[in-house]
Design a binder for this molecule. Sequence first.
Ligand code: ATP
Ligand code: MG
Length: 203
Amino acid sequence: LSTRGNHHTVPRIGIMGGTFDPIHNGHLVAASEVAWVYDLDEVMFVPTGRPVFKLDKTVTNAEDRYLMTVIATASNPQFTVSRVDIDRPGVTYTIDTLRDIHRARPEAELFFITGADAIAEIMRWKDADEMWSLAHFVAVSRPGYSSDLKSLDIPARAVDTLEIPALAISSTDVRRRSEDGEPVWYLVPDGVVQYISKHGLYR
Ligand code: ATP
Ligand code: MG
C-alpha cells in the first residue's frame, strides 16, 4: 500500500476517526506518520457523534470535541476536520463515515487509520465487508496493545500494520489528570490545554 515517492493521480485521503475527548499528541503523531509513509495528500480528522463503543460512558459534547480537534490540527496544511459524524444523528458507525466521505470525495482513495486497540473492535463493526471495499485500513502501534490480526477474523489484504513512534498517551489519562489537577502540557497541544482550562472541561 505504501507508495512513497511514486506519483499518484488519484488523491489519497487518510481518515482519522476518534472520540477526541480530548485530541492528544498520540493521535497527531499517528496521523502524521501514516501521511508520510502512505504519501497521503490529506488527513481528515473525524470526531465521532455518539461512539457505539462508549454508549455506557459520558462523553464531552460534540462541539467542544470538534473545536479542540480544529485547534490541534489548524497549523498543519495537510490536516482537515470533518463534521460528518457529529452532524449525522444517532450512534456513529464507521461504515456511515466511510460512505459519507466516499460520497463527498468519490475520486479519492481512502485510508482509514486506527490504533492497535481500535482495530480489534473492527470485527464488531457493522457491515465489515463493505468497509474493506471502501477503504484501506492502517493499524498503527500503540503502547500497551498488540495488534494480532491473525487472531481476528480480518482479511489479511485489507489491513496494514505500521510501527510508529510510541506515545503512551490516552484521552482517558488526560481527563483523569485534568480532574486531579495534574499537568497535561506536552501531552496535548498548547491550545488544547488552554481550551480545557478556559471551558472548565474534565473538572
Ligand atoms: P479514550 O481513552 O477516551 O478511549 P483514546 O486515547 O483511546 O481515548 P480515541 O479517541 O479513543 O483516543 O482514539 C482514536 C483513535 O486513535 C483510535 O484508533 C485509537 O486506537 C488511536 N490512538 C489513540 N491514542 C493513541 C496512541 N497513543 N498511539 C497510537 N494510536 C492511538
Ligand atoms: Mg480509545
